[in-house]
Ligand binder design. Structure first.
Ligand SMILES: NC(=O)c1ccc[n+]([C@@H]2O[C@H](COP(=O)([O-])OP(=O)(O)OC[C@H]3O[C@@H](n4cnc5c(N)ncnc54)[C@H](OP(=O)(O)O)[C@@H]3O)[C@@H](O)[C@H]2O)c1
Length: 191
């Protein structure tokens, strides 16, 4: 299986959210996220899942991480509550790690007690120069890991003030078909 983390952050301060929300609205960024993740299986923390409109994303399966044993997902056919990150050690399909900060950190670092099986192989990194006011959610620990352990394998793509690139974990074999699919999805949306 390939684990792909997909995020967009503010350049410099690594902020991905203010309170419960993403503090920018760039249509092409949301469209790119949709193209990359459509038909795929996502992993989201409970807070990020609650922020999806109607707690759903069409044409995607979602694993929702929560410690709440009674948590009810919005769509039992396509969404599954997961209470123990070890569940993903034996999961055989590709996973798109869709945040938030807590979940990126788990998968970038191996879940606290190191589980190499869940460590992210590939990162879709978006960056936007933007300012926001409120309670910041940042992913600086993930960016430290990204800088130390990953290498860029795509071009830099710029659209509507957001720069995106794809990186892979150094020394790991990463499924070329997954990488090609992500790059194609990025390039398809360029003007
Ligand atoms: N810019 C981007 O690319 C992007 C992408 C996604 C999200 N975001 C932003 O990120 C922010 C949310 O991030 P966040 O870190 O506050 O929340 P989060 O990661 O979305 O969710 C945290 C929740 O996940 C559950 N959880 C975490 N670790 C777990 C574990 N080991 N086992 C079981 N459950 C676990 C807990 O749910 P319970 O409390 O139910 O136990 C916890 O409260 C929002 O601002 C959102 O808009 C930004």
């Amino acid at each position: 299986m390939t684990k792909v983390a997909i995020w967009c952050r503010h350049t410099g301060d690594n902020i991905i959210g203010i309170g419960a929300a993403i503090p920018w609205h760039v249509k092409s960024d949301f469209q790119r996220f949709r193209r990359i993740t459509e038909g795929q299986t996502l992993v989201a923390g409970q807070k990020t899942y609650e922020s999806f409109p109607g707690r759903t994303l069409p044409n995607r399966k979602i694993f929702v991480l929560t410690d709440d044993a009674g948590y009810e997902v919005a769509d039992e056919k396509n969404h599954t509550a997961v209470h123990d990150i070890k569940f993903f050690k034996d999961y055989e399909g590709d996973l798109y790690i869709a945040g938030g900060a807590t979940i990126y950190r788990l998968f970038m670092t191996g879940g606290g007690k190191l589980m190499p099986e869940i460590v992210v192989d590939c990162v879709y990194n978006g960056e936007i120069a933007s300012e926001a006011v409120g309670l910041p959610v940042d992913i600086t620990p993930c960016i430290d890991v990204l800088d130390a352990k990953y290498r860029q394998i795509s071009a830099d793509y710029e659209q509507d003030g957001i720069t995106v690139r794809v990186l892979v974990r150094r020394g790991e074999f990463v499924d070329q078909n997954v990488l090609k699919r992500i790059v194609k999805a990025i390039e398809e949306g360029l003007n």
